[in-house]
Design a binder for this molecule. Structure first.
Ligand SMILES: NC(=O)c1ccc[n+]([C@@H]2O[C@H](COP(=O)([O-])OP(=O)(O)OC[C@H]3O[C@@H](n4cnc5c(N)ncnc54)[C@H](O)[C@@H]3O)[C@@H](O)[C@H]2O)c1
Length: 309
């Protein structure tokens, strides 16, 4: 069996560490992970440090000197928080745009084009007009973060007109699952709402629902995202395109809160956030053969029961 060599950037983060678990479950994958630990946490990958098929370096993407030897690059490293991207603008451009461009430049310089699976975001649709939203929805970036994620997509499209880039963009909707909430992350107030709510329940604090709570989200389990990364990597052709990765159903934030706790409070809404996210996932199902498996309700019941024990 041929060994598949992968680089995972942002491996100590929420989605990166779950992707690592998923890849190492397959016996033919060897993974080198890098992370500068700006928002990630060593604890997230502690369980895999003894696996001989995994190596890890604390470093920034921009310090990578070569991509030789990798068949796949899963690029997850980023500062993925909407509200802070309005304030620390250059820091977010550096993390979300420039680091990605560095990977593309390395590929060009070395004339080596491993399959790049880029973690994009449904944030690029803003408040979409088509519900559920297909990939051809107009782009309407409501935050610097969304704009930076979109810029990378555009650079991939543009540079591939000159060089044989081989990439797949996965536009994630609203991920939840293990390790979504990192208590050491200075920006954790802006992490996934499911993780924030569960953490408040754990501390005995009321859940804080922004605005009316009527805003709806398409929640997708992080292991389903990992599976989408895997399907994108092993697709036999160079497809250079983007896919929506959501569950394909929605829940309001107020209903989510009620599923977790009776103790919740309403707080003012935050600007720059979409009213609804709802993925049309037909393309990912048809082209990648990907299907989500995890149900939010099942996950919540288990987590809430464990916390309330
Ligand atoms: N979580 C979400 O809600 C969500 C939604 C859509 C898209 N995404 C995308 O998924 C990817 C992963 O997000 P996440 O939720 O796991 O975030 P995360 O913050 O948990 O993980 C990102 C990781 O990247 C690392 N990192 C940041 N800058 C780096 C750099 N220059 N060099 C090396 N490592 C660096 C951080 O330390 C962190 O471990 C991001 O690209 C994000 O834009 C996330």
């Amino acid at each position: 069996m041929a060994i598949k060599n992968a680089l995972v950037t942002g491996v100590a983060g929420f989605i990166g560490s779950n992707l690592l678990d998923y890849l190492l479950e397959k016996t033919d994958w060897q993974v080198h992970g890098i992370d500068n630990l700006s928002t990630g946490n060593r604890k997230n990958i502690a369980g895999q440090m003894n696996d001989r098929r995994f190596t890890f370096s604390v470093m920034s993407v921009s310090d990578l000197a070569s991509l030789q030897g990798y068949d796949y690059v899963f690029h997850l490293a980023a500062l993925p928080r909407i509200q802070p991207s309005f304030e620390y603008i250059n820091e977010h451009i550096e993390a979300n745009l420039n680091q990605s461009i560095h990977l593309i430049e390395l590929m060009i310089k070395e004339e080596h084009f491993p399959r790049l699976v880029y973690s994009g975001s449904s944030a690029i649709y803003g408040t979409p007009q088509q519900i559920p939203t297909p990939e051809n929805e107009k782009v309407d970036c409501l935050s610097p973060y969304a704009f930076q994620k979109y810029e990378v997509e555009r650079y991939l499209d543009l540079i591939s007109t000159r060089y044989p880039l081989d990439y797949v963009t996965l536009r994630y909707f609203n991920p939840y699952g293990p390790r979504s909430f990192n208590p050491d992350n200075p920006f954790n107030a802006y992490s996934s709402v499911v993780g924030i709510f569960l953490n408040r329940l754990k501390k005995g604090d009321p859940l804080l629902v922004t605005g009316t709570g009527a805003q709806r989200r398409d929640f997708i389990h992080v292991q389903d995202l990992a599976k989408a990364n895997y399907c994108a990597a092993i697709h036999p052709e160079r497809i250079n395109t983007a896919f929506n990765i959501g569950f394909g159903s929605t829940l309001s934030i107020l209903d989510l809160a009620k599923m977790i706790s009776d103790e919740y409070e309403m707080i003012p809404e935050r600007e720059g956030e979409a009213e609804i996210t709802f993925a049309d996932t037909t393309k990912a199902r048809e082209v990648l053969g990907w299907e989500p498996e995890y149900q939010l309700e099942t996950y919540l019941k288990k987590e809430v029961a464990t916390i309330n024990e």
